[in-house]
Design a protein around this ligand. Structure first.
Ligand SMILES: [Fe+2]
Length: 373
């Protein structure tokens, strides 16, 4: 049975980061040990974090600079911070940082002595509820991780992608401050925005969709696609729209998850380092074409995207990618034609492919890949 549940308090707008100490005070904690985990040393110098010590919090700050966190890296942060036993983890950065921050909340209070034990805890999903609360402060506008309850942790040694998820582990609050995303280079900003648009589009047609997700999704798509030209021109105001759109898209897919576009994109990123947002966005039009007859309310979706059909969407996405200096075909990204069979096989990911409104097969994935080759 599909339903919608998302308890995250969302604060948005320029300067929202300044609300952090008030938000922590509103949590009514008996002790206030706060771990701040930031994507770089510089971000930890923000005045909002310095202010916390003056308001009765015991603060510890660490930088976590890796992207796509591994089980080994997660274990290292857990080892270094478990004795501090934070009541609140504040994660400041992109999806990787928020994934580490929310994962830690599920691990504290458990005796995990080594990486293999951590693998077991993740595999058995024996989290028994998080031991700390977390607050997400995104510095990119794309992943929506600040409003989802799952985290992706990579395990290259075992050739696996692991998921730490617990419906009790939604953030206490998300502070979505567009000022923090202004430093992003255009290429990354556009790629992140297209990822967010894909979250919303896929949420709209997912098998697990529901009316609340669909409402969030349409608004997110309009906000992102209606203002992405302004982002390409480097207009300041665009960051506010992208921050809002990304958060709304996160709300939408927090309950539906993604579908074929994300499923097919993972091996493209894994084998060819195609940025996630670019990979997913190239797949939007061909997957829209494949799903078209099964999409309930397709007119509203096309209207939100600002296109008449899948062909027009393909042109629009290609134009956006080109303007941001990114290739628009698999060939240009360096994909070898001989690899298409392997990519088609690996493009069927459990939990994503089977959430698509129509069944996808290796043959269908291969033909989609050929259409963007
Ligand atoms: Fe994504």
């Amino acid at each position: 049975m599909n339903y919608f549940y998302n308890p995250v308090r969302t604060y948005e707008g320029e300067g929202t980061i300044e609300l952090l100490s008030d938000v922590i005070n509103s949590m009514n904690l008996s002790s206030k040990r706060v771990l701040i985990i930031g994507w770089c040393e510089k971000v930890l110098e923000n005045n909002a974090f310095l202010k916390l010590s003056q308001t009765g919090c015991e603060v510890r700050s660490i930088a976590f600079t890796a992207s796509n966190p591994t089980v080994e890296q997660l274990f290292e942060v857990y080892e270094n911070t478990k004795d501090f036993a934070p009541d609140v983890v504040v994660a400041v950065g992109g999806g990787s940082i928020m994934d580490v921050g929310k994962s830690l909340c599920c691990l504290y209070g458990k005796d995990i002595d080594n990486v293999d034990m951590l693998r077991e805890v993740i595999a058995d999903k024996k989290f028994l509820g998080p031991a700390a609360k977390w607050i997400g402060i995104p510095t990119t506008a794309g992943t929506g991780s600040e409003v989802t309850c799952w985290a992706t942790i990579w395990d290259p040694q075992k050739n696996a992608k692991r998921s730490i998820e617990d419906s009790e582990n939604y953030a206490y609050a998300a502070l979505v401050d567009p000022d923090l995303a202004k430093a992003m280079p255009v290429k990354l900003a556009v790629s992140s925005a297209l990822d967010a648009a894909a979250h919303a589009v896929e949420s709209y047609w997912a098998k697990r969709t529901n009316c609340a997700s669909r409402a969030f999704a349409l608004h997110a798509i309009k906000t992102i696609m209606g203002n992405i030209d302004s982002l390409l021109k480097g207009e300041e105001k665009s960051h506010e729209f992208m921050a809002q759109g990304s958060m709304l898209a996160g709300m939408a897919f927090s309950n539906t998850r993604t579908t074929a576009c994300h499923s097919i994109s993972y091996p493209l990123t894994m084998h060819y380092n195609i940025p996630h947002g670019a990979a997913v966005s190239m797949l939007l039009a061909p997957v829209l074409k494949m799903n078209a007859e099964s999409i309930d309310g397709i007119e509203a979706l096309l209207d939100a995207l600002g296109v008449k059909d899948a062909d027009m969407l393909k042109e629009r996405i290609e134009s956006i990618l080109k303007q941001s200096g990114q290739p628009v075909s698999l060939k240009e990204w360096g994909v070898k034609e001989n690899d298409l069979d392997m990519l088609a096989k690996q493009g069927i990911t459990k939990g994503r492919a089977d959430n698509n409104p129509i069944e996808i097969t290796e043959e269908k994935v291969k033909s989609i890949l050929e259409s963007i080759y």
